[in-house]
Design a binder for this molecule. Structure first.
Ligand code: NAG
Ligand code: NAG
Length: 329
């Protein structure tokens, strides 16, 4: 995963096959609403979304204790689009997007619900960035914020919900919108937050929309490998042969890796930028490709079909399992 700090989210570990079992410590559920985790630093969201105004809120680091450190603050970013809002006098609603584990820009560009329903409901659209993501970094920088268990201890869902409560109360004051009902919206992990927000702060949000939110998907509450069963089944339904090739490939990667120059062979075969220091990295990469092909995009069947077509029909009739797998990269 490109997001080392997502491992702090209290999410279930999901693994594909017995071959992965020994590596589970570094596998996390993929919950982002899109594989894009980090836009380039130069992205100017306001350029492409000109109706948005960006603000920073002086957020309290720790909402739940009273030690001197708790009163530290950080700048939390949010954006408001008031173009279609019918105003406080009309008690027009507020749609609030609760950010998930991503930069705010990811939501601004990917959330069609607000573009569709904001104008229809004449709503004030608010988008809030999750703490420890994007520009909303405590301790002054990502480097400091992600430094160790002490600084990372403030990254949890309860704190994030309290952040959203504080900002939404602030927005209502700022827009004198006392009677405007708030509907919180989130997707994936953000959807879990939206549902929990409505439960925990019912006096702030009148309703919640939790889109594709794995609300009950915690370790020991669902089949352990449920996520990967779904991924596997989609591949199986697309092409039994493709599924079998992928299944075989994990063992083959291990077999090659165990040779004395095995990692070098794998590095060359997969044309890695730097020599592999462990076979897990190549498996992890392949796993991401397969899983994201199923999870993301409007029509995952097509993506999986494309991958399987490449695996099933290698050019030059190259039949060696790793040559076939290579075609997905
Ligand atoms: C809202 O109502 C108040 C009080 O009736 C009035 O003074 C104000 O001009 C109204 N604002 C708008 C934007 O209509
Ligand atoms: C984390 O770093 C800070 C500042 O260097 C230090 O005070 C704190 O004790 C560290 N915490 C842990 C758990 O290492």
């Amino acid at each position: 995963m490109s997001f080392p700090f997502t491992i702090l989210l209290p999410l279930v570990f999901l693994i594909l096959s017995p071959y992965f079992v020994s590596f589970t410590h570094s596998k996390v559920a993929r919950l982002g609403i899109s594989p894009t985790t980090r836009p380039t630093e130069t992205v100017d969201a306001s350029a492409s979304t000109s109706d948005l105004k960006f603000f920073y809120y002086d957020q309290i680091l720790d909402h739940f204790s009273f030690t001197p450190e708790s009163y530290q603050t950080f700048q939390q970013r949010y954006a408001v689009d008031s173009k279609h809002w019918a105003g406080a006098n009309a008690s027009a609603p507020i749609l609030a997007f609760l950010g998930e584990e991503a930069w705010l820009e990811v939501d601004l560009h990917d959330v069609g619900f607000f573009q569709d329903n904001g104008p229809r409901l004449k709503a004030l659209c608010v988008y809030i960035e999750h703490r420890y993501y994007g520009m909303s970094m405590p301790f002054g920088s990502a480097k400091e914020a992600l430094k160790n268990a002490t600084t990372l201890g403030y990254l949890n869902a309860a704190q994030a919900l309290a952040d959203y409560a504080a900002i939404l109360v602030h927005v209502k004051e700022k827009y004198s919108a006392k009677h405007s009902p708030i509907i919180v919206v989130g997707a994936s992990y953000g959807g879990m937050l939206a549902a929990w927000f409505r439960l925990k702060y019912p006096h702030i949000a009148l309703g919640a929309l939790a889109s594709s939110a794995p609300l009950l998907y915690f370790e020991d509450t669902r089949p352990k490998y449920g996520y990967y069963h779904v991924i596997t089944n989609v591949f199986k339904e697309t092409s039994e042969r493709c599924y079998k090739t992928i299944r075989k490939s994990w063992r083959e990667i291990d077999r090659v890796a165990a040779k004395s120059n095995g990692l070098l062979i794998l590095s060359k075969k997969f044309r890695t930028c730097a020599p592999l220091s462990r076979s897990f990295d190549i498996k992890d990469f392949l796993d991401s490709i397969y899983a994201e092909a199923v999870q993301f995009k409007g029509n995952p069947g097509d993506w999986v079909a494309t991958l399987c077509n490449a695996i099933d029909n290698p050019p030059n009739r190259k039949n060696y399992v790793l040559d076939r797998i290579l075609l997905t990269c």
